[in-house]
Design a protein around this ligand. Structure first.
Ligand code: NAD
Ligand code: UDP
Length: 318
């Protein structure tokens, strides 16, 4: 099989590319490196089954040869990233998604959209099932990301209906693991970096807001399971293990054997209060459920950060 992974040099894209290459598939990763890095996939070149193309998806997507699968993962994903690139985020979710869908149509490929739990916004229904329409503020700061993904979902279904493209939508919940940028502003990389440096861990607000966190290897297995069906989705992929941010910070400090204290910072505008996937559909449809214990995933992530985290400029989570 020959797959195109947009955003292939990012956190999730690099893990997807690696798993595909390791199982014998050929991968063309396409990226403009606005939040990703060629270093994330440097180890894949020796396989002879991996190509990295530098292209901005908003300008077009040009891939020669046959393509069986398009995994569309290009988009800033961390709130810090999409708040500093609001228009780029809207454009890659809209125009960029259109180009990725055009490629799938032209090549007769299966297309999988990386959508997000953010389409549920600050949810009024808990846990979130796929038939919940969400509670999003279109004119709040997070609207640039949430609405781009909601538009991308609608566009994906329109291509299925109008052009017969074999599309699938996965709604990804918070995922963590090696190759997250230590300064990408998300809670887990921040807490791990801060704990390892012995700095205070920055908990937003009272820290009682929750997220449900999934280790990256489980997420990749869920995405590839979805890719191998012809199901349109949307399907939630995430670990229902829900935890408050203050508990998560404390857990990471303990696992890192750190003496870091907790400090409280301002809570971002429209920050969702709770989030947990109902994964019934993924279980029934894909036979998928997460297998890796969160503690194990956190240990692996902390170990990777300890070995790899270079000094990078630190961005604030606001
Ligand atoms: P990331 O920032 O590490 O990766 C995104 C990649 O897309 C980067 O390599 C970036 O350079 C590339 N990119 C962005 N705009 C581009 C453009 N115009 N042209 C070409 N490449 C471009 O983020 P991630 O965490 O790996 O997220 C990947 C995808 O998964 C995103 O679409 C995100 O919305 C989705 N997602 C991630 C999570 C999560 O917890 N990580 C949760 C929900 C959804
Ligand atoms: N958060 C935090 N400290 C940080 C960064 C984030 O407490 O240093 C909080 C953030 O306000 C949110 C939660 O952690 O309530 C998850 O934030 P993240 O950016 O990781 O993901 P998202 O908000 O996109 O789910």
């Amino acid at each position: 099989m020959r797959a195109v992974v947009t955003g292939g040099a990012g956190f999730l894209g690099s893990h997807l590319s690696q798993t595909l290459v390791e199982r014998g598939d050929e991968v063309v990763a396409v990226d403009n490196f606005c939040t990703g890095s060629p270093a994330n996939v440097g180890h894949l070149h020796d396989s002879g089954r991996f190509t990295l193309l530098e292209q901005d998806l908003t300008a077009g997507l040009d891939v020669d040869g046959p393509v069986d699968l398009v995994l569309h993962f290009a988009s800033p994903a961390s709130p810090v990233d999409y708040l500093r690139m609001p228009i780029e985020t809207l454009r890659v979710g809209s125009v960029g998604t259109g180009h990725a869908l055009d490629l799938a149509r032209d090549k007769g490929a299966r297309f999988v959209l990386a959508s997000t739990s953010e389409v549920y916004g600050d949810p009024q229904v808990h846990p979130q099932r796929e038939d919940y329409w969400g509670h999003v503020n279109p004119v709040g700061p997070r609207g640039v990301y949430d609405e781009a993904k909601r538009y991308a979902e609608a566009l994906t279904l329109a291509y299925r209906g109008s052009h017969g493209v074999d599309t699938g939508i996965v709604r990804i919940f918070n995922t963590f693991g090696p190759r997250m940028r230590p300064n990408d502003g998300r809670a887990i990389p921040n807490f791990v970096r801060q704990a390892l440096a012995g700095e205070p861990v920055t908990v937003a607000g009272d820290g009682l807001q929750t997220r449900s966190i999934c280790y990256v290897d489980d997420l990749v297995a869920g995405i590839l399971a979805m890719a191998s069906t012809g199901h349109p989705g949307p399907v939630n992929i995430g670990n229902p293990h829900e935890i408050s941010m203050v508990d998560l910070a404390g857990w990471i400090v303990k696992l890192a054997n750190s003496g870091s204290a907790v400090t409280h910072i301002e809570r971002p505008v429209d920050d969702p209060t709770v989030r947990r996937p109902d994964t019934t559909l993924a279980r029934e449809l894909l036979g998928w459920e997460p297998k890796i214990q969160i503690e194990d995933g956190l240990r692996r992530t902390i170990g990777w950060f300890r070995d790899h985290a270079a000094a990078e400029p630190v961005l604030s989570p606001e």
